[in-house]
Design a protein around this ligand. Sequence first.
Ligand SMILES: [Zn+2]
Length: 404
Amino acid sequence: MHPVVKPALRRGWRDRNTVQFGMTPAHAVTLSPVDTATGSFLDLLDGTRGLPLLREEGRRADVPARSVDALVARLARAGLVDDARGGGPAADALRDKPDVLERLRPDLASLSLLTREPGAAPARLAARRALRVRVRGAGRVGALLASVLSGAGVGEVDVRDVGRVEPWDVAPGGLPAEALGDRRDAAAQAAVRRAAPDRPPRHAHSPGSGAEDPGLSLVIFAPRDDVAVHAPDPFTADPLMAAGTPHLYAGVVEGTGIVGPLVLPGETGCAGCLHQDRTDRDPAWPRLVAQWRSGRARRVGACDLTLATAVAGLAAAHALAFLDGGSPSGAGTRWEVSLPGLTWRNRPVPPHPECGCGAAERGKREHSSTSGRTRATMAVQRPSTERRRTAGAARPTGTWRAHV
Ligand SMILES: [Zn+2]
């Protein structure tokens, strides 16, 4: 192990023997007692030295070898150190490409804040390279969202759409003005390639078969059509529901940006649940949706550029949080923000008993059979288990959340 005190956390002395790591309430931790010699020794934990060398340097600085080991163990228990050489073979492969790693260094530092075990952050970053995500829709939101995911290290981002690039599709970070008149999907794919820190790894699959392919980690619906954003058609997601493929909705309708729900088929509310729930609340909903869907399609709807950019960014963040193994707040929820107030609010999409997806029955079964909720999807189970463990575990002696 080559310990490195997480560089993402700024350090400061709260008093003569208490060090605070980090500035913000979400991630700051304090460590006490720490004497001055040990405090100076922290600077040597920068990932360039293994433990034998650290013990040797410790001797020179009057820090005994057993104190060096104890300090590293204590920092590791507090989630404050990473292993500069850790993360397994995939992380080693990434480190073999220093140019790529330099591009992703801020993302790696950010991931280090979300993981406790030394080596977990490089492992997660490297794992992104093996992910396959499809974005359906290459307008202002979709093309930018796809590029952002690609730039964040997702190995394969595939964009699907029809038609040619129109002037109003052009957006910074998304489709460029030079692509006017080109095929939308090809232009978006080119934007994705330009954003990638690395050439994508080759996969043995056949793109363009038309069917949703079961190897996809996530599909994101980013429709250019405002009705499809406001009232997503459950029919469109049928193949994904059948295959159990997680999917996420994002888009702009009038002056409102929407992110969510993230649908875990059979577990959380889906587009069908959303339709049923809206119908319960407003009996005129199906009649209105039918009229909106049959309305004139060829028109340029409202899509504020800044709102589209914010939606693309937040949707990409929700997608990555899920793909990295977390359970973002978009599952079973639509996040909505409207101009000009720009206050995000969440509207739940509860599993509906009349929807065929089965999420409602599953929820009922779990409530009646267990006191705690259990989930089958690996991606969701991992972090919730981790959270339970963290909450249940005793905090390492002398460390606690900083109230800042
Ligand atoms: Zn449903």
